[in-house]
Each structure stands twice: as C-alpha cells, then as structure tokens.
Design a protein. Structure first.
Length: 584
C-alpha cells in the first residue's frame, strides 16, 4: 500500500523546468541545468571564470541544443571576447554570422549618470529586446551587472531597477545568466542581486600553498534540489569541467568476473584467477621493490584483452617507463601505438588535488577505459595533507566503482611493520592490497610479496619471493632453511645443497642396490652350487640305496634258489616208492 502511494506521489510531484547548460558536470550538480525562463546569478572575484561560464552557456546552447543566445557585455567588446575564447574552440564570429548567437557591447558612461542623476533601463530593454527578437534567442547573458548600475548610489532606486530588470527577463521567457563581482562580506557588490535571483552560483579562485584551485558552489536554487558542496572545476582547452562529489550511498553494483594481473604467480596467490573486475587494488612497498613493474604488467595484460587502460604517472615520464619496462621483457610501446594504452604524466605540483581529480575524470570520460592506474599516489601528499589525499581518492574510487572500472594504485611505503597501513591511508578502502617488502639476509636485499587482503576471494597467506628478471616478473615459494626463510642466493645455495644431497643419496642408494645385487648373485651362485652338491650327494645316496636293494634282492633270490635246489636234492635221495616199500 505504501509503495503504491509513493508511486502516485512521484507521478503527481511537479518538477521545475530546466535548461541544460551543456557544461560538463554542472548539469549534474544542478539536477538538470538552470531554471528555464528565470534569471541565474553567477558571482565571484575577478578571474574566477564568470564570463567564460556564461559565454560557454550561450555557445553550448546554440551548437548543441539549437537555442540561440544573446550575450550583452558591459566590459569587453565582441572582438575581444572572440579572441579570448578562440583557444577553447569557440568561433564566435561564425556563430554570429550564422545568426545562432548575437554579441552586443553596451558602454555605460558613469559620469553622465552622476551629473544628471537620472537612470532609466528603458533603453537597455529596447536594445536587448531587439537583439532577442532578431535571432529568436532562448538564452541571454548580461556581463557584468556592476557596470550596468555604475554611478547609481541610491539604494532604493537601485533595488527597484534591479527587480524591474529581473522581471523583464522573466516576462521575455528567456533563460538568463547575470554575472556579478563579489563584494566585501556579500556575494555581490550591491548585495541585492542574490535576493532577487532564482538561482545563485558562486565561483571561487583560491591559492593555498602556491597551488591555485577553482571551486563552484550552488548558493541557492528556488524550487529545486541541488548539490550544496563546493565543487572543483577546471578551465582547459575544452572549456569548463565541473567535478561533482560522488554519492555517499554505498549502492554500487559489483561484478564476479575475474581478470588476470599479468603475473601467473600472483594470480595463483589469488586463487588462480586474479582480481575482480571493477575492483580497487593497492600495491604498496618501499622504493625499488617493483611497484611500477607490477602496474605496467597489469596495464599490458589489460591491453592484451583488447581493453583500454589509462596510466596516470606522477613520477616518471611515459618514455622513461617504456624504456625501463623493456629491460624486464615488456614492450609497452606497441600498446601506446595502437591506442590501447594512454599515458597521462604530470608532476603533482601542476595542479591542486581537486584539479588532478577533475583532470582524471575528464580523461576517463573522454577515453572510457576498462582499467586505470595511478602511480604513485603518495606523491600527491606533496600538495595536500593525508586527509585531503584520502578524501580525493575516496571520491575517485567511488566514481570508478560506479563506472565498473578497475583501478590499481601504487604507493610508496615508509613502514617497516608489515601490518601497518600505508601513509596515504587508503589500504582500508581498497578491495585488494598487495605489499612488497625488502627481505635482507646474508648480505643481500631481496623482495617478498604478501597478499594483505583480497575481499570476496580465497587468497594465500604465505610469503612469496618476488623476482624481477630479464624475462619478466615471477613469484616463487620462499625456502624454509635451518635458519628461517631464505631468499636469493641463500635460497639457491640451500636448494643446490639439497639437490646435491639428493644426488648423493640417489648414488648411495644405487650403490647399495648394486651391492645387494652382487651379493644376491653370489648367494644365488652358492645356493646353486649347494643345490648341485646336494643333488650329487642325493644321487650317490640313491645309488648306494639301490645297490643295497639290488644286493638284497639278489641275495633273496639266491637264497630262494639254494633252498629250491636243496629241496630237489632231498627229493631225489628219498623217492616216494622207496619210502613206501620201506614202510611196508
């Protein structure tokens, strides 16, 4: 029930009609642009960009939204304005020839007003109305309003004429910008314009520690929600770019796809698949531990997949990085040539922190990369405090996460304890943190890599020796020797001793096996001899036994024969008749 009521409420809610300014980032802050058919006050000190902002509003309207505009200047002439903005790619003379814009310079003579004491805007209305009607203007700029009311000291008349001007602009139905110079303790010199304007934008140009930064703030916006923070903006060859502060709500989408780091050993430590796409990665370590090499391999792996990568370097030039990476078997120039790898190198002191953030936003929007690298972020501390750098990086991480762009930071760590956070304080913000440390042993300095954390995936809790060779980067298992963890030549020597010991053990085992074989053969030979001897003895015994059996058989046979012969002899000597006669 409550959901349906909320939907009905959204349908019936009235929104203020707005006109897109066409200025990068400004429409996002204002929720769609300037109030349509109403005047907007843009105020600030000299040199903060009031004229450029209002002129870009006119040019963008004519070229991008088909809304002709009138620019009425009270200070600079048309040819001066055309020359000033020609470097931004704005051709005012052509736009005027095509009747898309009209620039009118109005000279106000202050001495005449002071002498006569008379002041009337009727002539201005006629002139401005003619300019609007001549091209069908939808947008109007008055630059600057102080010159329009110069010499008028009567506050009552000043306020009345000011209100009259703003009402006239509303009646014409044009979306207007009125620029004004900032006063002492007030937004404008007169302190009245901000009260009668429907929208007030304050521009500021400040210099802190010899670093200049331009900022923009929406002071008020009648009938509309708007951003209330100070937003940095940049003026470059493309005009004005405003950087909105990203949303504080943690409602960003995440991906489950994994991407390789470009180092098989590191992928293995991360479960064999690498980082999550769209995640944030920190590689920290002391000087010379190979942070830039890791970042370069990650950039090259991105380009191999056919995806764009922007490499923001705050320490080395692109040519220097390309040369250094060739020494470890990585050719980055091929990816620069095919447009997949884009370097943006500058010293941190070139801009303030906010300007660096704006410049990065602009490059990202322009090139639409899949991966962004910042190397190293600790150099930014030279132009801001740790808290300011952390705030800037939080905003950058939020923006990149919203865009589903993977980002890798490198950071110089001065800590000697493994579990301490890095100096810039972003280790708790990132999704994955790799720490590369020096391991000093046996008179050598070698490198060890730790996966301090990697959210959402299984990862190794062991130390790996990080090796940089002519053929690239590699991670090997550290060797646990009798005295602890061994790296470098100590590891190789221990492994050699181990291999030598294995070879000796294999040789000893083989020798023992051969000795056993020989003894087995000797024993088998002896057994064969004994078997032969046994067979001979057995045969001899069998022979004696047979002879005895034969002798016994012969003797028994002979005995029987003798007994037979004796029986026969006896029968001869005593025949049966003889026996019978004798008996008779």
């Amino acid at each position: 029930m409550s959901k349906s009521r909320g939907t009905e409420k959204e349908k019936t809610r009235q929104t203020l009609p707005k006109v897109a300014s066409g200025i990068t980032g400004l429409d996002e802050i204002t929720g769609g642009g300037f109030p349509q058919g109403r005047p907007t006050l843009v105020c600030g000190d000299a040199g903060c960009g009031k004229t450029l902002l209002s002129l870009e509003f006119i040019v963008r309207g004519a070229t991008e939204y088909n809304e002709p505009g009138v620019f009425m200047a009270f200070e600079e002439k048309a040819d001066e304005l055309a020359m000033n903005v020609a470097s931004l790619g704005f051709d005012l003379n052509k736009l005027q020839a095509d009747k898309k814009i009209k620039i009118d310079h109005v000279h106000i003579e202050r001495t005449e007003i002071e002498e006569t004491g008379e002041y009337d805007l009727e002539g201005l209305f006629i002139r401005l109305g003619h300019a609007i009607d001549s091209i069908g203007a939808k947008r109007v700029v008055l630059d600057t309003i102080e010159n329009l009311f110069s010499g008028l000291t009567n506050q009552r008349i000043l306020r009345a004429e000011l209100v009259r001007l703003f009402h006239w602009l509303k009646d014409k139905g044009v979306t207007a910008i009125v620029t004004g110079e900032r006063g002492d303790g007030k937004l404008t010199r007169q302190g009245l314009e901000e009260y009668v304007s429907d929208c007030v934008i304050l521009l500021d140009h400040r210099v802190i520690d010899q670093i200049s930064t331009r900022r923009l703030r929406i002071v008020k916006y009648r009938g509309s929600l708007h951003g209330t923070n100070e937003y940095p903006f940049l003026i470059d060859e493309d005009g004005i770019s405003v950087l909105p502060v990203t949303s504080l709500h943690l409602e960003k989408d995440v991906q489950t796809n994994r991407i390789s780091s470009g180092i098989p050993g590191l992928d293995s430590m991360l479960g064999g698949k690498g980082f999550f796409k769209g995640s944030s990665i920190l590689v920290s370590g002391t000087a010379g531990t190979g942070k830039t090499s890791i970042a370069s391999y990650f950039a090259a792996e991105t380009c191999k997949r056919g995806e764009k990568c922007i490499y923001f370097s705050f320490e080395e030039s692109p040519a220097q990085i390309v040369r250094n990476m060739r020494s470890i078997g990585l050719d980055l120039q091929q990816y620069i040539d095919n447009g997949m790898l884009i370097f943006h190198a500058s010293r941190p002191t070139l801009y303030g922190l906010e300007m660096h953030l704006v410049a990065m936003h602009k490059q990202i929007r322009k090139n639409k990369p899949h991966t962004v690298i910042l190397d190293p972020i600790t150099n930014l501390i030279t132009i801001g405090s740790v808290g300011e750098v952390k705030s800037m990086l939080v905003r950058l991480i939020d923006y990149l996460m919203n865009e589903q762009i993977t980002v890798m930071f490198t950071a110089l760590s001065l800590n000697t304890v493994v579990n301490e956070q890095t100096d810039e304080g972003v280790s708790s913000l990132v999704d994955a943190w790799m720490l590369v440390r020096d391991i000093e042993f046996n008179g050598e300095r070698n490198r060890g890599m730790y996966v301090m954390k990697s959210r959402g995936m299984k990862h190794s809790n062991q130390v790996r020796e990080f090796i940089i060779t002519d053929d690239g980067l590699n991670l090997v298992d550290v060797y646990l020797g009798p005295d602890g963890v061994l790296t470098g030549s100590a590891r190789e020597a221990e492994q050699l001793r181990e291999h030598t010991g294995e070879a000796l053990r294999d040789y000893a085992l083989n020798r023992k096996d051969r000795e056993i074989m020989r003894k087995r053969k000797v024993l088998e030979s002896k057994i064969a001899g004994l078997q032969t001897e046994f067979e001979s003895v057995e045969e001899e015994l069998n022979k004696v036994y047979l002879e005895e059996e034969l002798r016994k058989e012969v003797m028994d046979k002979t005995r029987k024969e003798i007994m037979e012969r004796r029986r026969e002899t006896k029968d001869i000597e005593n025949p049966p008749e003889k026996k019978k006669g004798k008996k008779q």
